[in-house]
Ligand binder design. Structure first.
Ligand code: PBG
Length: 321
């Protein structure tokens, strides 16, 4: 007798009935870049279909994403001036702070998440402040906490630290609570690898380190147990959602973190993952939309609940009933 798994692949309806994983527009979080100015919508060369917006144009974009059913955006700021401490990152009139309050004013139901990090704001491009050429962990914590509080003050629903300093989730939680922002959540980039896949983002956010690299704070791509340790620490420190980043080259890590956490798990399908698909699609070498949907379902299958992805709008258009 032949065992026949093909019986359950015979028609689209049967395949639908036995499908194990689903992708919904509710799983998607759209990353957006914002800079000073007016009427700006500059396409990012290495990320076709992605833009740097000004505060006025980001509101319209967010409204459109909301109308497609996308529940959340994550904002990245590109300041006019950078300095050694990244002081524009916690300015009440900073570009992210302005964008948060504009979006919350116009599209109040949209969940607004803010990336908390110094690399876009420092003139040296590192994710923390420097002391004798090294990133000083504990001095950086105070500045991250200050940035998170300023985002909360502007109306952010969730802050998302991406700097990989030790102890930053606890420091941010503490500062938010002291300022009575106990209802503002923390989505922690708990497991963030030192990855070549961030290349296009650093062009988009103008945040490449001016010397050295990020290997002193981001994780070694060869490590998996360390990912579990990082996830556990952030859970203990009070993270509400934890994240693995990048996604596709680290599906095994998503799967292993899924097994040790009761928190919602997010994965960041990063700029390089997006750029690879777009470049090959533009050359006619792959079917970009098909590969996009396959990537997104793979991230869900690995165990992620939420996906931060530059494909959010494109996927939402395909998922529309
Ligand atoms: C740091 C940050 C980075 C990304 C998100 N937050 C870049 C880095 O660590 O250099 C990368 C996201 C992407 O590649 O899409 N603030």
């Amino acid at each position: 007798m032949i065992i026949r798994p093909r019986r359950l692949r015979r028609t689209p309806t049967i395949r639908d009935m036995v499908r194990e994983t689903s992708l919904s527009v509710k799983d998607l979080i759209a990353p957006l870049f914002v800079k000073n100015g007016e009427g700006i919508r500059d396409e990012i060369p290495s990320m076709p279909g992605q833009y740097q917006f000004s505060v006025d144009t980001i509101v319209g974009e967010t409204r459109e994403l909301w109308s497609l059913g996308i529940p959340a955006v994550i904002l990245f700021g590109i300041p006019d001036v950078k300095d050694a401490l990244g002081s524009r990152s916690w300015a009440d009139d900073g570009v992210v702070q302005q964008a948060v309050s504009a979006i919350k004013g116009e599209v109040p139901e949209m969940v607004v998440i803010t990336d908390v990090c110094l690399c876009e704001y420092t003139d040296h491009g590192h994710c923390g402040v420097l002391k004798e050429g090294q990133v000083d962990n504990d001095a950086t914590l105070k500045l991250l906490a200050r940035q998170a509080v300023s985002h909360a003050k502007a109306g952010a629903d969730i802050v998302a630290p991406s700097d990989m300093m030790d102890g930053r989730v606890a420091a941010i939680r503490d500062a938010l609570d002291k300022e009575h922002y106990q209802d503002v959540g923390i989505l922690s980039y708990a497991v963030k690898y030192a990855s070549g896949f961030y290349g296009p983002f650093r062009e988009a956010a103008d945040s490449a380190p001016q010397f050295g690299d990020r290997a002193g704070y981001q994780m070694d791509p060869a490590n998996a147990l360390e990912a579990l340790k990082e996830a556990e620490l952030d859970m203990e420190e009070g993270a509400d959602i934890i994240m693995v980043k990048p996604a596709i080259p680290y599906l095994d890590i998503i799967n292993r973190v899924r097994e040790i956490t009761l928190l919602p798990l997010a994965a960041y399908n990063v700029s390089g993952e997006y750029a690879l698909v777009k470049a090959a699609d533009m050359k006619g070498w792959i079917d970009g939309k098909r590969v996009m949907m396959e990537m997104l379902i793979s991230i869900k299958r690995a165990g992620a609940d939420l996906i931060l992805t530059y494909f959010a709008k494109e996927a939402a258009l395909l998922l529309k009933p």
